[in-house]
Design a protein around this ligand. Structure first.
Ligand code: SF4
Length: 102
């Protein structure tokens, strides 16, 4: 391997691993309450902070971890929700699409 090839190889390796890191970070990014989709659904990362006036049917016992759509594990602080593809919601979060787990 001459010097130019080696430099190209090192560059490619660096680009490859940072792209991988970015993908991993993106897959685990938490939903931002200000995201248009989150705002439209009234998503709150903390169910106790939900606006009771806007969402009178909300109850503090309702949270992502006991929502039908939540696919995270019971012990995890965050987990996936199909309404927010590619991101995670907090186990203590809530949105207006909440459906009690059967
Ligand atoms: S649909 Fe359920 S799991 Fe998804 S954000 Fe709303 S309350 Fe949380």
């Amino acid at each position: 391997m001459n010097n130019t090839n080696r430099r190209v190889f090192i560059l490619q390796a660096a680009v490859g691993s940072s792209a991988l890191l970015a993908t991993t970070a993106m897959a685990q990014a938490k939903v931002d309450e200000k995201d248009p989709q989150a705002a439209a659904l009234g998503y709150a990362a903390d169910t106790t902070k939900v606006d009771a006036k806007k969402f009178p049917k909300h109850a503090a016992a309702q949270k992502c971890s006991n929502c039908q759509l939540y696919t995270g594990k019971a012990a995890d602080a965050t987990g996936p929700c199909p309404l927010f593809a590619g991101k995670v919601v907090t186990a203590n979060g809530w949105c207006s699409a909440y459906v009690k787990k059967a």
